[in-house]
Design a protein around this ligand. Structure first.
Ligand SMILES: Cc1cc2nc3c(=O)[nH]c(=O)nc-3n(C[C@H](O)[C@H](O)[C@H](O)COP(=O)(O)O)c2cc1C
Length: 396
């Protein structure tokens, strides 16, 4: 990100998560209900493990906000881990607080294929693979969701809204076409899986139940859509400026996401050009050139074209299986099943909320890059002027 900088710190079973988001303009009204709602939405979902019943995330604002408005200084947040007292003796920062016997009991020494354990252990030369697990855990994404809520507040001031839903769980819904804004906007946040198609939900729930019983895990696909995105964010001029690439990087950084699709990208790759693109229609009264379809998912040449930005994240099944997978014991070097640690069967509904946060951060960053400004008033003035110039183009 060029204008926004996000840093999160904290281990999954440490005292909590620290979040610093730099680059927000002054004068952004902070919607604490939005912040609380997104944190709760991340924790919701059928198929989550017991951890989600322990945690009730609250982000405490510790800097950058005064009287309900940002100051232009870094926004600092603190999110406590409620599970901390149970782990203190193994996870404390001070050596004298560690109970060696307890820490050894909690040690991870049979790496899970598909997790960061082995690769991270080798890279950082850690004897206890917990040192890797603790940070690779998706607990870290709580911080991203909290920061993403601030990005959403900024985008809301520009008229942008972001929603998501579960498009496919395992094979169920796998060949469903990319959803529309209306479809994701209608997703019921209270529904067990936040499925885009409620008709699929009973079969999805049955699949999760069956997987749980068999000690299996599941992946699938979630689609995130942003509506009201101004045309002209991002640029074609350099590989690093292309907004499609920046969105893909942000989405691929969500743990366990292994593929990212814009619009109808996958289906388009299998067909002809005449069926892959979006006809340009005569200018409407709002000054825009509407499109007959949105297969491009709102981006052409790495630039937003004013249509909805449609991104699908494909998530692999979770790597922690009850019976483990073929692995090794680091102490003996012998074959041993990978270790089990309390885990989700699937975390797809949460992945959608995390995807919303990542898209919000990237779009807010691109909006700040295009419109600039130290205050919200300045940003909004520049955005309005820019819209007017585009409306007059090419005459202007
Ligand atoms: C919301 C969410 C929850 C997750 N929960 C678990 C879990 O309970 N157990 C697990 O092994 N992996 C879980 N993962 C996936 C791992 O964090 C991820 O596979 C791991 O960090 C390795 O990274 P990679 O899969 O991106 O290569 C979760 C991912 C997300 C997005």
């Amino acid at each position: 990100m060029n204008r926004l900088r996000l840093t999160t710190a904290g281990e999954s079973h440490g005292p909590g998560l620290s979040v610093v988001l730099e680059g927000l303009p002054a004068g952004l009204r902070v919607d604490t209900a939005r912040l609380a709602l997104d944190l709760a939405r991340r924790q919701h979902g059928y198929g989550r493990g017991r951890r989600m019943q322990i945690e009730r995330d609250v982000a405490e604002i510790r800097g950058g906000v005064r009287g309900g408005e940002t100051l232009g200084s870094p926004v600092a947040l603190w999110i406590e881990n409620r599970d901390w007292p149970n782990w203190r003796r193994a996870m404390a920062a001070a050596a004298e607080e560690i109970d060696a016997e307890f820490a050894e009991l909690r040690r991870l020494k049979s790496p899970r294929p598909g997790h960061a354990d082995l690769a991270g252990g080798e890279k950082y030369l850690r004897r206890d693979l917990r040192d890797i697990l603790e940070r690779a855990s998706a607990r870290e994404t709580t911080g991203r969701v909290a920061a993403g809520a601030f990005a959403k507040m900024l985008l809301a001031a520009l008229g942008v809204e972001i929603r998501s839903g579960v498009r496919a769980l395992g094979p169920i819904g796998a060949d469903r076409p990319a959803p529309t804004w209306e479809e994701v906007a209608a997703v019921d946040d209270e529904s067990p899986l936040r499925a885009i198609d409620r008709d699929f939900e009973p079969a999805m729930i049955a699949l999760v139940d069956d997987a749980k019983q068999r000690g299996e895990t599941l992946g699938g696909a979630v689609t995130v859509i942003a509506r009201g995105v101004p045309a002209g964010l991002g640029s074609h001029v350099s590989w690093s400026a292309k907004l499609d690439g920046r969105i893909a990087q942000a989405m691929m950084s969500v743990p366990a996401v292994k593929a990212v699709e814009l619009g109808a990208g996958l289906a388009a790759a299998n067909g002809y050009g005449s069926a892959a693109h979006d006809a340009i229609l005569p200018r409407g009264e709002d000054g825009r050139f509407p499109r007959a379809s949105n297969r491009a998912g709102g981006l052409e040449g790495g630039i937003t074209n004013g249509e909805d930005v449609v991104v699908t994240l494909y998530k692999k099944p979770i790597a922690t299986l009850r019976e483990g997978l073929p692995s090794i014991d680091l102490d003996t070097g012998e074959a041993r099943r990978s270790q089990y640690e309390r885990s989700d069967v699937t975390a797809l509904p949460a992945a959608g909320v995390i995807g919303e946060a990542m898209l919000a951060l990237v779009l807010a960053d691109a909006a700040l890059e295009k419109y600039g400004g130290d205050s919200m008033a300045e940003l909004l003035l520049h955005a309005a002027a820019s819209r007017e110039l585009v409306r007059r183009w090419p005459e202007s």
